[in-house]
Write a new protein. Structure first.
Length: 216
């Protein structure tokens, strides 16, 4: 599903953000990615979905060599990857329903299908009563569930969660983790980045630890 070989990424003339790392993630696996701030977790995620170029190495996602994709073909890679960010990245002037719908509109999904899919994912994250609310009318946990629904709506094979509970209290954080567990049990590959020891203790999953750009 995901294979990374001898990956190196630098910014300017400083120390490498990612220093010769190699790992693989199997289809349907749930993997925790941890490490201190600045360890390279976000950089790695950006490379996996084609949002960042790298210097050397090889990155294969679903058998596709990410480093050799043109800008035009990155679209096909990203259809199979859903990304959830720590800061939600919701559109403030669109309702919950519209935020989720928009993720489908940009790839040309028919309007009837958009409505059906949006209702389905709203139900899956328990937010149908909030469909007409705007992001600033929601709690942090609710905003994150909208972001998760948006990542799921195009039925990707892979979910990359970049510190999705970093701004949430422990009780809500565990509920969000349980939601990702459910997503994984439905067959999706999940890489969940966190530095929370409570998160890591809550479930028994394989752990990748990044520190100063290296897997330790």
């Amino acid at each position: 599903m995901i294979q990374v070989f001898n990956l190196i990424k630098t910014y300017g003339g400083g120390a490498p953000a990612l220093a010769d790392i190699s790992f693989s993630v199997k289809d349907g696996e749930f993997v925790f990615l941890t490490g201190p701030s600045g360890a390279g977790k976000t950089t790695l995620f950006k490379i996996l979905f084609g949002g960042e170029k790298y210097d050397r190495g090889q990155v294969l996602v679903n058998g596709v060599n990410v480093g050799k994709l043109s800008e035009e073909n990155l679209f096909f890679l990203r259809r199979d990857i859903g990304v959830v960010f720590q800061d939600y990245k919701l559109l403030p002037k669109k309702t919950v329903f519209e935020n989720i719908s928009f993720a489908q509109e940009v790839i040309g999904v028919p309007s009837k299908t958009i409505r059906t899919r949006t209702w389905e994912v709203l139900k899956s994250v328990g937010l149908t009563p909030k469909k007409d609310a705007y992001p600033l009318q929601l709690s942090g946990g609710e905003q994150q569930r909208v972001a998760i629904a948006r990542a799921l709506v195009n039925n990707p094979k892979i979910i990359l969660a970049d510190e999705p509970t970093g701004n949430l209290d422990p009780e809500i954080s565990l509920k969000i983790l349980n939601l990702f567990e459910k997503i994984n049990q439905e067959g999706k590959t999940v890489i969940f980045a966190t530095h929370s020891l409570e998160m890591l203790r809550a479930q028994n999953h394989r752990l990748l630890t990044l520190n100063r750009g290296k897997i330790i």
